[in-house]
Design a binder for this molecule. Structure first.
Ligand SMILES: Cc1ncc(COP(=O)(O)O)c(C=O)c1O
Length: 480
């Protein structure tokens, strides 16, 4: 082993020098993006260009340029004109907790490898359980993302509701889950991983507001049963990703109770509304659920990736990955809530509870209320502005901070308008002043904004509408 190379890797002088410089660089980046908006949101470059840039960097460039170049060549969530995907502009303090987690690198699978963050994980998941309306029997975990958390919840559901020991013996009887056709694709993926196949994913149609049509629950359930499918769970979206529409959790909860189904709430995006005095009503019925997923890195100001999965009955959390068929805690035996690896899909995970805990400690739970309420209000204001403009059309009134709309030109057919909106989005991306995304709903192409940034104002959004309109008009001129 080249000991001098190892000494270079672990040089504390070098670390101190680079660390100080990096914090300065990060602060400048935050100032430039948040307040003065000197920077563009994105400097779009195509994948082949980017690939050759970094190949060349690895071979020829000075590593000193590394951090600045990464900052330049990525998308800036702290920029108020970032209105794109559902990831937070992380609270700066969580950049530091992220660094702490990387420094200590406690793997979190067993208590000794992450004592403090394990205790914090219990505290923050207990807090979420209380807000959801669960009692002290509840237990939660933090895990690496909504996708993994939804899969974990559905595995727990199968363990709890299917009498056959599928975990150990596999299953021969067809099993199924019910979910809205607008649910995030990861639910579909989870069901496929569990071997349910297409027929085991019973997709409920949605109403005009893109929320699950709960009047059709009995019909779809009856059809599945008559085909010999044992339906064991139903998932409510809170909200669905594309449109931000919340399913009626109250109705789904009652239905689940009636048929003894596991009721899971995918609140990856908007479960955080449990903290909002104004918008918590969107989650009415969540307390009837058996499990809830909430992403920290979406509406809770944290960096990727951290998700809470909270179970109404803590023993379900303990039995999900148990190798024994019917693991139950013996009354006299101490519950080892502190050995996280037994309850999470991952063995090793980051010390993600540090983010949740420090935000709660420094700013209190009110910060989640202020942030979410502001963003949901802003989406309503933007929607009302667009509604008053004759050349814009909403897909649906927003229920969250996600808003889908399109620019329209009377007289043009659907295909032409679809193509104009697609081109608007590409031109905005090339320009790099705003970053927004797009989606297709029932064959119609929409521009889609997730108002994640706490510094975006109506002035920014009016400017966005103005730019969309002029790109749209120019486009029409060039094709006519
Ligand atoms: C409703 C919903 N569920 C699940 C996910 C997936 O979560 P993650 O990206 O944390 O894996 C998303 C992501 O956008 C989502 O919106």
């Amino acid at each position: 082993m080249d000991q001098s190379l190892i000494e270079k890797v672990y040089s504390t002088d070098d670390f101190e020098e680079k660390g100080h410089a990096l914090i300065n660089l990060f602060s400048k980046h935050l100032q430039n993006t948040i307040s003065s908006e000197k920077e563009r949101v994105i400097q779009w470059s195509n994948p082949e260009v980017e690939l050759s840039y970094w190949k060349d960097f690895l071979a020829n460039k000075d590593p000193k340029a590394f951090f600045e170049e990464v900052l330049k060549r990525t998308t800036h969530t702290h920029h108020p004109k970032y209105v794109g995907h559902q990831v937070a502009a992380p609270a700066p303090i969580t950049v530091l907790t992220g660094a702490l987690s990387s420094l200590l690198n406690n793997g979190m699978a067993v208590y000794e490898m992450g004592m403090s963050p394990t205790a914090m994980e219990r505290i923050v998941t207990d807090k979420l359980a209380e807000k959801i309306g669960y009692d002290s029997q509840s237990r939660g975990i933090l895990t690496s993302g909504g996708t993994l958390a939804n899969l974990t919840a559905l595995l727990a559901a199968r363990k709890a509701k299917v009498l056959h020991d599928v975990w150990n013996e596999g299953h021969s009887q067809p099993l199924g889950i019910m979910v809205s056709e607008q649910a995030h694709y990861c639910v579909d993926r989870a069901a496929k991983i569990m071997g349910l196949g297409n027929k085991g994913i019973i997709k409920l149609p949605v109403r005009d507001n893109f929320a699950m049509d709960v009047d059709r629950l009995e019909e779809y359930y009856g059809k599945a049963m008559s085909q010999g499918i044992h339906v064991f769970a139903i998932v409510g979206s809170a909200p669905a990703t594309a449109t931000g529409a919340y399913d009626n959790l109250e109705a789904i909860g009652n239905f689940a109770q009636k048929h003894n189904l596991w009721f899971h709430v995918d609140g990856a995006h908007g479960g955080a509304a449990i903290f909002s005095e104004k918008y918590m009503h969107l989650l009415n019925g969540i307390e009837k659920s058996d499990s809830v997923v909430i992403d920290g890195h979406k509406m809770m100001l944290m960096p990727t990736i951290t998700t809470a999965l909270v179970f109404k009955d803590g023993s379900d959390s303990h039995s999900t990955f148990s190798q024994k068929a019917d693991y139950l805690l013996i009354d006299t035996e101490e519950e080892d809530w502190y050995n996280g690896g037994k309850r999470t899909f991952e063995c090793t995970k980051s010390m993600m509870s540090l983010h949740w805990f420090i935000i709660l400690k420094m700013y209190g739970e009110e910060v989640f209320d202020s942030y979410l309420t502001r963003q949901y209000d802003l989406a309503r204001e933007f929607a009302s502005f667009l509604t008053n403009e004759t050349d814009f059309e909403l897909a649906v009134e927003p229920m969250s901070n996600i808003l889908c709309f399109r620019w329209i030109k009377p007289g043009e057919n659907l295909a032409a308008i679809n193509s104009i909106n697609e081109s608007i989005r590409q031109k905005l991306l090339d320009k790099g002043e705003f970053y927004l995304v797009q989606t297709k709903l029932k064959g119609v192409h929409y521009l889609r904004t997730s108002l994640m940034n706490p510094f975006t104002t109506m002035d920014h959004l009016k400017e966005l509408a103005h730019q969309i309109r002029s790109i749209g008009k120019n486009h029409v001129k060039t094709i006519n």
